[in-house]
Design a protein around this ligand. Structure first.
Ligand SMILES: NC(=O)C1=CN([C@@H]2O[C@H](COP(=O)(O)OP(=O)(O)OC[C@H]3O[C@@H](n4cnc5c(N)ncnc54)[C@H](OP(=O)(O)O)[C@@H]3O)[C@@H](O)[C@H]2O)C=CC1
Ligand SMILES: CC(C)CCC[C@@H](C)[C@H]1CC[C@H]2[C@@H]3C(=O)C=C4C[C@@H](O)CC[C@]4(C)[C@H]3CC[C@]12C
Length: 325
């Protein structure tokens, strides 16, 4: 009886705590109706899918990316799907002045902002770190500094609306993963900045939520092109991923994990047995990695039609694949 009490009561407590914590509120699409939302990196991939979901929910959309022609199509589709309004601004997030300009557009065209979704990501390579420091700097500007610049400019509007910031990050921003060294560094930086900022908001009673999204492998074109040959894991669907991000944002969650089994569960292991995770965890299948490396060497020797490898400075035996545009 004594042993039963010792095990049963704490277990029951844990189950109740988990149930209470995970079922606090439920998402309803009306939560996003009429909301004024910026989505960055909205010309393709997860950002494009978020724009379509928001359009169906009746939000006002301001979309951005570099490629005008793609943005035009996404805006047209958003209007067909029922967006309250949809427009775009095209430009590069390498330029902090452009990042700030997008936020000013929300002020002038939407009269304010309820949600800032930071999702864009600059092109990088999927292969061994090649020592290119300039590439790391440029990627930090696109994937990290522009997020900081947009947040800073948008804060007065977000304070006014008691709105939300959504930061799209990755498992590679929580654990070290081979072949994504520069990318991973930029995602870790996001966690440091936004998790600290969230604490300051709490101390200052600033009612702006920050949702950090920890994603696993998703089936967007660029990710599949870059990594599907090397990774044993099957990518998760981008439209479902986009909806989960929006649900987490609307419910003002601090972090969200998609998919849970390939993100939250390995992270629990990281926190209690980091070396075990290094050994077991985010590691490509050795067989697939060898096949990819062999294919890479073939392409490197016969570069016709090859799109992935950069000329000069790259390590010939690295499985650098077509992650660059
Ligand atoms: N797919 C995956 O497996 C995973 C993705 N993630 C994260 O999800 C987010 C979306 O990823 P995903 O949809 O796969 O990415 P995509 O490569 O499909 O899309 C990236 C978007 O960013 C835009 N972009 C690229 N460079 C710039 C730039 N210099 N300035 C402005 N915009 C730019 C692109 O448009 P354009 O080229 O027109 O500028 C595009 O709209 C990213 O933050 C990524 O890190 C996280 C984990 C896994
Ligand atoms: C602990 C393990 C069970 C989970 C491992 C998850 C691994 C396989 C997942 C987590 C994050 C994923 C990468 C990512 O975030 C974004 C990109 C950019 C894209 O252009 C090319 C693909 C790439 C590198 C993804 C590759 C697969 C990664 C490493």
């Amino acid at each position: 009886m004594g042993r039963l009490q010792k095990i049963l009561i704490p277990s029951l407590g844990l189950v109740l705590a988990f149930w209470f914590y995970s079922a606090r509120d439920t998402f309803k699409p009306e939560m996003l109706r009429g909301k004024r939302v910026i989505v960055t990196g909205a010309s393709t991939g997860i950002g494009e899918q978020m724009a379509y979901h928001l359009a169906r929910m009746g939000s006002h959309l301001l979309l951005t990316a570099r490629t005008e022609a793609k943005l035009q199509n996404v805006v047209r589709r958003c209007l067909e799907l029922g967006a309250a309004s949809a427009r775009f601004v095209s430009g590069t997030m390498e330029d902090m002045a452009f990042a700030q300009h997008v936020v000013r557009e929300a002020q002038t065209t939407l009269g304010g902002l309820d949600m800032l979704i930071l999702n864009h990501v600059g092109a990088s390579y999927f292969g061994f770190f090649d020592g290119d420091v300039e590439h790391v700097r440029k990627l930090l500007e696109i994937n990290f500094l522009s997020y900081v610049a947009m947040t800073t400019s948008a804060l007065p509007m977000l304070k006014e609306s008691e709105g939300s910031i959504v930061v799209v990050s990755s498992m590679a921003g929580k654990v070290g993963f081979p072949f994504t060294v520069p990318y991973s560094a930029t995602k870790f930086a996001l966690d440091g900045f936004f998790s600290s900022l969230r604490q300051e908001f709490t101390i200052q009673s600033i009612n702006v939520s920050i949702t950090l999204c920890i994603l696993g492998f998703i089936d967007t074109e660029r990710a599949v092109r870059a990594a599907a040959e090397v990774l044993a894991e099957r990518p998760a669907p981008r439209d479902e991923c986009a909806l989960e991000i929006l649900k987490g944002a609307a419910l003002r969650r601090r972090e969200l994990y998609y998919r849970y089994s390939s993100t939250r569960l390995p992270l629990l292991l990281r926190d209690c047995a980091a070396e075990l995770l290094d050994y077991l965890g985010p590691r490509p299948s050795p067989f697939l990695a060898a096949v990819a490396a062999a294919r890479f060497v073939m392409r490197w020797r016969h570069p016709q039609g090859q799109s992935g490898a950069r000329s000069g400075g790259s390590v010939p035996c690295s499985p650098r694949l077509a992650a660059e545009q």
